[in-house]
Design a protein around this ligand. Structure first.
Ligand code: ADP
Ligand code: TYD
Length: 211
């Protein structure tokens, strides 16, 4: 845990149910008196939202894509995440660096070791430590189920329009990250009704003393 606030990220393939449960968790935490900063990546600041629009819509090579994600992250960390943690708040972030490993590393096949180097540059803190979420909630479900949930709900972006095979590689990237840092991850079976997904999330957070 951070000395002051608490940094929680939500991860999973598109359509896994992250936004739905992030809203529910924000409400549950606020009801218990926590100040909550709810944010997302790529995005969260004026500059990072501009980079998000580029990354989600303009064709580009995998290195450019990875650099845009980390550029947006750097601004977001400095402007939003670190100040909120210093104020003692809970930061709920819809995706963080694990998404870069999953989408650019797993999905696009970009070099894992280069991503690790970028992670060290971008997330270095003044204490020479690496800023990571205290807890990462990973929503897991088959790519076909997620695609069915999304069909017809919104215009697909450059990622959402990828075939199921791309999302299987993204899921494999998430699995690798979760195994590399198992203590940070809570893995949720997201192929269940909303109440069951919420119950798994609530139980994990109660077990860690957050709820
Ligand atoms: N457990 C669930 N079962 C069925 N549909 C769900 C479930 N959780 C979320 N949904 C629906 O699936 C769609 C994608 O959910 P969302 O929370 O936006 O996913 P994400 O943020 O991970 O892309 C939404 O229409 C949402 O209402
Ligand atoms: C944070 C991040 C997101 N992404 C992708 C995953 C998503 O398809 C997309 C935007 O994420 P998201 O905000 O979950 O999309 P939406 O609001 O449409 O549900 O960006 C990456 O490829 N790399 C990253 O580092």
């Amino acid at each position: 845990m951070t000395a002051s606030g608490l940094f929680i990220s939500f991860e999973g393939i598109d359509g896994a149910g992250k936004s739905t449960h992030l809203d529910a968790l924000a409400a549950a935490l606020q009801a218990r008196g926590w100040a909550v900063t709810r944010t997302r990546e790529p995005g969260g600041t004026a500059l990072a939202e501009k980079l998000r629009t580029l990354a989600l819509n303009d064709p580009m090579d995998p290195l450019t894509e990875a650099l845009l994600m980390f550029a947006a992250r750097r601004d977001h960390l400095l402007q939003v995440i670190e100040p909120a943690l210093a104020r003692g708040e809970v930061v709920l972030c819809d995706r963080f660096t694990d998404a870069t490993f999953a989408y650019q590393g797993g999905g696009r096949g970009f070099d894992w070791a280069v991503l690790q180097q970028l992670e060290r540059w971008v997330q270095a803190t003044s204490m020479a430590a690496l800023r990571q979420p205290d807890l990462t909630v990973l929503f897991e479900l088959p790519a076909e189920v997620a695609a069915r949930r999304l069909s017809g709900t919104r215009m697909p972006d450059r990622f959402e329009s990828q075939p199921a095979e791309f999302f299987r590689r993204v899921a494999a990237g998430y699995d690798r990250r979760a195994r590399e840092d198992a203590a940070r991850f809570v893995r949720i079976d997201a192929d269940r009704p909303r109440e069951s997904v919420w119950a798994q999330l609530e139980q994990a957070l109660v077990a860690r003393g957050v709820l």
